[in-house]
Design a protein around this ligand. Structure first.
Ligand SMILES: Nc1ncnc2c1ncn2[C@@H]1O[C@H](COP(=O)(O)OP(=O)(O)OP(=O)(O)O)[C@@H](O)[C@H]1O
Ligand SMILES: [Mg+2]
Length: 288
């Protein structure tokens, strides 16, 4: 842990051009180096806007943002060189001629500078990142000919090749099959725990909470309504709303795997193995 939090938002508002009201309202948030934060909340809550504001893509219209102990206002480009971002939605034109390896190398432009050609070490890194996301067999494929899930993995490699200190993931599982979700979930945990990359991940997929998630931020109507541990979140009233996220059904299982539920009552363990979820009022069966 450093003295200063790696990311600080102080009373931040973000208002889109032409909008009457701010989309993000009074956001105050501190994130330490090496944290793994999960951002949840309903559609339109402002989760993507939050990530874009932290990444300097959307300009905050009030308040202050500091990342790496530098002001976003004056150091946006410097900050962004060290932030990897996997955007929520994208689709490559099927006729786009770029090969996968070239698309991933584009993620390295900030490190290379515009006038420098990639060297062997840069290409090695591209290959390594493609391997990490299980796409090394597709190095020479045209990006537009890949499936949606495969393209999503390429976008993760694109973010990683930058060797980021902070990784922003906006619904990184949305196009992935179950095996791929599990594989990416393990990858994110590894990046966080072994490489100490700070991760902020937006997800509706509570089934795949990666190991190592330290905190949940719950957003609604542009505000943060909860910012604390997963256990505390589940104990809060807000957790009652989470049935729409399939939280209670599997979230508790993940918690148990993480060790966080060990101090909970036998009821929870019974629920986990045989029971019916109390939060869903009987709507979901627990997994076994
Ligand atoms: N570029 C934009 N211009 C104007 N309004 C926008 C823009 N992008 C998003 N908004 C509005 O900001 C609000 C928050 O959108 P945002 O994409 O941050 O929500 P979200 O929590 O990520 O939702 P979802 O779960 O659907 O991805 C929405 O009401 C949306 O219409
Ligand atoms: Mg979004």
């Amino acid at each position: 842990m450093t003295d200063h939090p790696q990311i600080v938002l102080h009373d931040v508002n973000t208002t889109y051009e032409g909008a009457n009201n701010p989309t993000l309202r009074d956001i105050s948030l501190k994130i330490q180096k090496g944290e793994f934060v999960l951002v949840v909340g309903p559609n339109g809550a402002g989760k993507t806007t939050l990530l874009e504001t932290i990444n300097g893509i959307q300009k905050n219209t009030a308040g202050e943002i500091r990342v790496f102990n530098r002001s976003m206002k004056k150091n946006k480009n410097k900050i962004r060189k060290k932030v990897g971002y996997v955007i929520q939605s994208f689709e490559y034109d099927p006729f786009m001629p770029f090969l996968v390896k070239d698309v991933v190398m584009m993620g390295r432009t900030g490190k290379l500078g515009v006038l420098n050609f990639p060297r062997k070490k840069d290409w090695d890194l591209v290959w390594e990142c493609l391997k990490l996301v299980g796409m090394s067999d597709f190095v020479k494929h045209p990006i537009g000919k890949l499936s949606g899930g495969q393209q999503q993995k390429i976008m993760i490699a694109y973010a990683l090749v930058k060797e980021p200190d902070i990784l922003l993931l906006d619904e990184p599982y949305s196009n992935l099959d179950l095996d791929s979700k599990l594989a990416m979930s393990s990858l994110f945990s590894e990046l966080n725990q072994e490489k100490k990359i700070t991760i902020i991940m937006v997800s509706h997929e509570i089934k795949q909470i990666p190991q190592g998630v330290t905190r949940v931020v719950f957003m609604k109507n542009g505000r943060i309504h909860f910012n604390g541990s997963i256990t505390k979140f589940l104990e809060s009233n807000l957790a009652n709303d989470m049935k729409c996220f399939n939280w209670c059904r599997v979230g508790r299982f993940k918690l148990f795997n993480n060790g966080s539920l060990r101090s909970k009552s036998q009821n929870d363990i019974d629920w986990l193995l045989h029971g019916t979820c109390r939060l869903c009022r009987g709507g979901s069966r627990a997994i076994n």
